[in-house]
Design a protein around this ligand. Sequence first.
Ligand SMILES: Cc1ncc(COP(=O)(O)O)c(C=O)c1O
Length: 383
Amino acid sequence: MAHFETEAIHAERGLATRYGAVGVPIFQTSTFRLDHPGTDAEWVYARASNPTRAALETSLATLEGGAWAVAFASGMAATSAVGALLAPGDHIVATDDLYGGSFRLFRTLLGRHGVTVTFADTSSLDALSAALSDSTRLVFVETPSNPLLRLTPLHALCKVVHEHGALVCVDNTFATPYLQRPLELGADLVVHSTTKYLGGHSDLLGGAVVGSSPELHDQISLFQRGYGAVPGPLDCFLVLRGIKTLAVRLDRQCATTAALAAYLRARPEVAEVRYPGVEGTGSELGSELAGQMRAGGAMLSLRLCGGPAAAERFVSSLELFTLAMSLGGVESLCEVPARMTHAVLQDSECAVPEDLVRLSIGLEHEDDLIADVARALDLLGRA
Ligand SMILES: Cc1ncc(COP(=O)(O)O)c(C=O)c1O
């Protein structure tokens, strides 16, 4: 593989050259003309395959270091395809600090089909081992986790889980393959919400599953064709375009986020800053984890001394940060997970602190973002 930045531009090569196009064309068609009756042609019907989608899948497989990628209509459709690998009686262990939609899928939707789940702090191998049972077939990890940004040591975890005979799937949405490549650390599958950093501009929904095993590919691509939650060609094109600038975007976004984390830690109104690399948050990059991630990412969470009311006042006072669900775009966003992205967890053992604020740091200038946060904290101090 060439350097990440080079593959991000060229990994989909081949497809477009047939037409002389430098960019990948958007094949806006639902079906394809066949030379003879049958289903053996490369392009038959767009739910089964589409050249723009194939180009995206090639790019994602290359960047994650996998043998294949299968694209879906959303991150949840991709995670659902991984869940569909399980049969009644199977057990999942999942990170206890994870996206609310994944919690609902594992607990409620798969629960209806006889699949059980235990949520555990996968950053601790002891907690993980205690959660494994004879029927555990899948360990699903978010690292950094959403929204507490805890880190799980993937290499060590994969060893334990594989000895137990189960599969490891990592949701790599927060890190992206630019910062972390779970397949190289032993994971069997990676899922993405391409809606986030890979698209990068808050203008599409998409997802993907990436892996190396041919057997898993056959099953996941059957779910893609069979359940039909496929991304349209325009959305595939937009993800491909976003990927080309992922490395430069993230270099800047990670640097700004680290600066913002340092600023917030020095403010008396802030009780806790959670950002990979910040000591005392459970998100420290220890010697093993330092090799796992290239940088700490562009998400950070904080807790305010004034509790949930202060959290609400803080997000309402920010001007450059838009109060909105989602993350990973060029524009900075803020939210209160307990009331928004993670509301579905609040009556469960995975409830997140009600005073937690989550920030997604975009590409605005660092000084302007710090000034915005400083002003909102000053207002809190005066209240
Ligand atoms: C870590 C993580 N995984 C998966 C998803 C689901 O992605 P989508 O909204 O594209 O279905 C999200 C959405 O916020 C997320 O934050």
